[in-house]
Design a protein around this ligand. Sequence first.
Ligand SMILES: [Fe+2]
Ligand SMILES: [Fe+2]
Length: 254
Amino acid sequence: MIHVAAVGDVHFGPDAAGTLRPHFEHLVDRADLLLLAGDLTRVGAPDEARALAEELDGVGVPVVAVLGNHDYHCDKADEVTRILEGVGVTVLEGDSVVVPVNGSTVGVAGTKGFGGGFVGACGSEFGEPEMKAFMAHSRCLADRLEQALAGLEADVKVALLHYAPCADTLLGERLEIYPFLGCYLLGEAVDRGGAVLTIHGHAHRGSERGLTAGGHHVRNVAQPVIGHAYRLFCLGADGAGADPECATPALTGA
Ligand SMILES: [Fe+2]
Ligand SMILES: [Fe+2]
């Protein structure tokens, strides 16, 4: 079995220093890799990224991340990425990484993704240039995710997103904001690319479990949703068994 730990929306900052680290102390005994599903910081400030990097430094398992919308706010996403990469975190955007685990391999393809909505209530590339640009951005990131997934040569494929690829995991959020929480194009990319498990965050008031239209497992690991330091998933080395979750260590003091 492959054990994947995942959490999103830690929204870290210097005043939270030391609060995550204790939960990662025994991670190496529980998980083969850690996925971070974006909104790693509050406003994408370098000092926030540095504070998180200190928590992650030497955590003992490969760490793979995507950025979230908050991580772009200060227009310093490249610097945030560099700071995290400085402690060994792999930050994905439209690309992938293969992690060897006990003689098999886990491939992670990642993108922040973007909004646009879901079937029956979605945007389209029509009308004003701003609307076309909005949906074109979403389509571009979804296309790159699909290509990254399709190109992965690994025993198990996982998609790592910030925005949601299905509406199921938004249940609990206001319907009016669904188009700003995710996009069906990401779900189509997952279905065509073939990820056994898709992890996302962003929807703090959403639900944990969902499926893409094609029946692929989706999990919202936004920290306010899971209420733990991270969620642990057990995947069969043959790509089967994204369900059920393993026992998850409790989050205390963070
Ligand atoms: Fe968030
Ligand atoms: Fe977000």
